[in-house]
Each structure stands twice: as structure tokens, then as C-alpha cells.
Write a protein that binds this ligand. Sequence first.
Ligand SMILES: NC(=O)c1ccc[n+]([C@@H]2O[C@H](COP(=O)([O-])OP(=O)(O)OC[C@H]3O[C@@H](n4cnc5c(N)ncnc54)[C@H](OP(=O)(O)O)[C@@H]3O)[C@@H](O)[C@H]2O)c1
Length: 237
Amino acid sequence: MQVAVFGARGGIGAALVEALAGRADVARVHAGSRNPLAARGKIAPFAFDYADEDSVVAACTALAAAGPLDMVLVATGRLTLADGTGPEKAVRNLSAAALAEQFAINTIGPALVMRHVPQLLARDRRGVFAALSARVGSISDNRLGGWHGYRAAKAALNMLIRGLSIELARSHPRALAVGLHPGTVATDLSAPFQRGVPAERLFTPAHAAAALLQVLDGLGPAHSGRVFAWDGAEIPA
Ligand SMILES: NC(=O)c1ccc[n+]([C@@H]2O[C@H](COP(=O)([O-])OP(=O)(O)OC[C@H]3O[C@@H](n4cnc5c(N)ncnc54)[C@H](OP(=O)(O)O)[C@@H]3O)[C@@H](O)[C@H]2O)c1
């Protein structure tokens, strides 16, 4: 298999790259980040930055030339904004700039990758597109409020995955596109919010990556367009 991971320097993304490179059925892991990794073994680095749309096009064009791919994983995302501002606690904290940043990284960036997925995935065999979403992107599961921009951006991401799944079903009958919730994982993203999380519910990136890959292995085209948690349970829309 040839796979690609966007966000290969992130906590979960790096663990996905390592887990995939360790699999006997994976020949090459294309590992994308803003600041590319060093090439080693099966890991072939590439650069992209959502802030530069042309860089995503160039990365996907190069991947398509190296492909077809069996799996495209998007492990990028942001919860705290670049200026250190945390997610909104109440609607009175909403701001256009904060919402724009949440959507830029959590929705629009992955959408720029999704645009290329039909060209990237193999048509003659199973193909997987998965993007890291979050349980808090579930509209029906939102009972606590808060984190408005992040929640909305992940809900919008889930809708885009659903739309992609409908198109893929027509052109790639053996493919699937899903969102994934990794659980609470000890990474930079969750660092300010880990207090109060019981130790057994705070996963290492390696644990989360292994669980997510196991979930993906158990999914087929019938699951496409939906969102699944690390334990395989479906997250309602
Ligand atoms: N950690 C958790 O508890 C948790 C829970 C639920 C959902 N998630 C989701 O899981 C995903 C991964 O999170 P993580 O915990 O691994 O976070 P992380 O360690 O902070 O990694 C975030 C990733 O996003 C990338 N990124 C940020 N801005 C970018 C941009 N402009 N262009 C390209 N890439 C950009 C970073 O790339 P660079 O390496 O280039 O900076 C990095 O790879 C996110 O979608 C997050 O919402 C995480």
C-alpha cells in the first residue's frame, strides 16, 4: 500500500506516520507537513501549508503522479488560535477573526486536500480517505456549549466528508471517506485542556494512532460519509 498523511509533524499525525511505516502491508508513507520531515526508510516527506493553496495543489499533483494511493489521512487541526487565544467559552466571545482561523485550519484546509482525493485514490481496489475530526463536532451531541468556532468548523468538516463520500461512491465504489475522533490525546493541541481528564482516558499519540488505524481497517464503503471514534463507535451527526 501507498499512503499519505497530511499533518505529519502533529502529535497524532506523527504517530500515524510511524504506525503506518511499521506495517508490512505499507510500502511507502508520504508524510506532509509545513516543515518537511527528513526522508528515512519508507517515509517520503513533502511540504504543504494551508495558508498557501498552491502548495496543497503542488503536493497533491506530486502525490497523484506517485500514486494511486490506498489511504489519504488528514491529521491537521487547531483548537487554540495562533495568538494563544483559547476556544470561546460563550457566544459573547465569538469574533470574526477567531471563526475565520478555526475554519481555515479545521475545515477549509482539509477541503483543499479533499478536492484532490478522487484523483489520488485507487479506483480498482479499496481506498480510504479519513480526516481527524472531533466528537465535539457532533451537533446532536452538543450538550455543554462552548468551543463554538472549533465545534462549528468540525461540524462543517463532517459535512464536507459526507459530500465527498457521495461523489466517491459513484467513481470509486470500493472507497470510503470518514471523519475520526481520536479520543483525548496527549498532544500540543490538548495540552491546555488535559486537567481533569482521567489518566486512563488520556491516550498517548501512539495508542490513538493504533486504535484509529484498527477502526479504519474494519470499515467499508457502507460506512462512508460517517464519523467514528477511536473505539469504533459511530458519532452521531
Ligand atoms: N489531541 C486531542 O485530544 C484531539 C481530540 C479530538 C480531535 N483531535 C483532532 O486531531 C487532529 C490532530 O490533532 P493533534 O492533537 O495531533 O494536534 P497537534 O499536535 O497540534 O497537530 C496539529 C497539526 O496541524 C497542522 N497544521 C496546523 N496549521 C496548519 C497549516 N496552516 N497548514 C498545514 N498544517 C497545519 C500542524 O502542522 P505543523 O506540524 O506543520 O505545525 C500539525 O501537524 C486535529 O484535527 C484535532 O482537532 C485531537
